[in-house]
Design a protein around this ligand. Structure first.
Ligand code: NAD
Length: 336
């Protein structure tokens, strides 16, 4: 029988994880939770997901014409594993409930690294999550960094990573975030947490980062400078990246995040999701033993396949990370 997955928090990440789980043959969605009967509840109902709500909100859903399957507690009781996709720092308040019901749980990158003993990336440390009860899938930026640093470190040895991250101010549907017209040093004190967060997965990596928030909603952009231990040239790095399952080499005249999103639309991808790291092929260069390149990270979607692999590891459905990655990729259409 399929693994029963509950989605607690059906927003940007939650709705994508729900759809990705539904595409797999070894797991299924038993329900999603919504706190308010808004348009996302409407699309969840149209997709046929069972909707659960906080006990004191069930009546407001019913008044708006929704069928409610039960309370969030009821949903957790039904599940083998819950993917907590509530806003950052909210997920921690659900931990006691998951522990009480004896259900496995995955949190997202907005939670502190202390929420779970394991921070997760499919390529870099899948095996640590096998049979684990609690895992944190790291943030969109950390996931994007791990996907390039891990294979480089395996093949050439990484001496030092320096990254500057131009962050999107808010997601496309977000009407509260900004800036509208500024570049915000966020944080002003260096380093930002993004680089050091890579160490929760690869503790030996020497990395430092800076981050700037910009008035854009499409993607994050990373400017990377990596000092390698062993010699290589740009062509070596390009073929290494092209061989990885979740890196897409971006070319064909694309030199902006907006064009990548348009490319995703033209490919007919769901919600124009670009799940892979988008490495700008022409930018890859090696100078004096140091590697430089740009990559764009689609913040809304790159962590989604990692959540699927984390479920597979934690439920011991697959012990080999590359097999899980391949299965997830195939079901979702990643790499096409
Ligand atoms: P979001 O605000 O889009 O969605 C969160 C959802 O949870 C909303 O539907 C909200 O109504 C619901 N919610 C709030 N409190 C709840 C509660 N107590 N119980 C159940 N549901 C509740 O947030 P998001 O962008 O999807 O982020 C979720 C997590 O994923 C955060 O940890 C975030 O840092 C992380 N993350 C976000 C992105 C991104 O770019 N959006 C990328 C990677 C990781």
């Amino acid at each position: 029988s399929k693994v029963k997955v509950a989605i607690n928090g059906y927003g940007t990440i939650g709705k994508r994880v729900a759809d990705a789980v539904s595409l797999q043959d070894d797991m299924e969605i038993i329900g999603i939770s919504k706190t308010r009967p808004n348009f996302e509840a409407k699309t969840a109902a149209l997709k046929g997901y069972n909707i659960y709500a906080p006990a004191d909100k069930i009546d407001s859903f019913k008044n708006d014409g929704y069928t409610v399957a039960g309370s969030i507690e009821d949903m957790i009781k039904e599940a083998d594993i819950v993917v907590d996709c509530t806003p950052g720092k909210v997920g921690v308040s659900n931990k006691a409930l998951y522990e009480k019901e004896g259900v496995k749980a995955i949190w997202q990158g907005g939670e502190s690294k202390d929420i779970a003993p394991i921070s997760f990336n499919s390529e870099a440390n899948y095996s640590e999550a096998i049979d684990a009860d609690y895992v944190r899938v790291v943030s969109c930026n950390t996931t994007g960094l791990c996907r390039v640093i891990y294979p480089l470190d395996q093949k050439y040895g990484v001496e030092k990573v320096r990254v500057t991250i131009v962050r999107r101010g808010g997601d496309p549907g977000d009407i509260k975030s900004g800036p509208i017209d500024a570049l915000v040093l966020d944080p002003i004190k260096l380093p930002s947490h993004h680089g050091p967060d890579v160490k929760t997965i690869m503790p030996h990596i020497n990395i430092t980062s800076a981050a700037i928030k910009a008035p854009t909603s499409f993607m994050h952009l990373h400017v990377l400078n990596i000092k390698l231990k062993n010699e290589c040239n740009a062509e070596d790095v390009k073929s290494l990246f092209a061989s990885r399952p979740r890196i897409q080499m971006i070319a064909d005249g694309i030199s902006a995040t907006a064009q990548i999103i348009e490319f995703g639309r033209d490919l007919g991808r769901p919600r124009n999701d670009m799940w892979e790291n988008c490495v700008f092929k022409e930018s890859v260069s090696v100078d004096d033993g140091e590697l430089y390149f740009f990559q764009a990270i689609h913040q809304e979607s790159d962590v989604i396949p990692e959540n699927i692999d984390a479920i597979r590891a934690m439920m011991s459905l697959e012990k080999d990370n590359l097999k899980s990655i391949e299965k997830t990729n195939k079901a979702m259409g990643i790499g096409i």
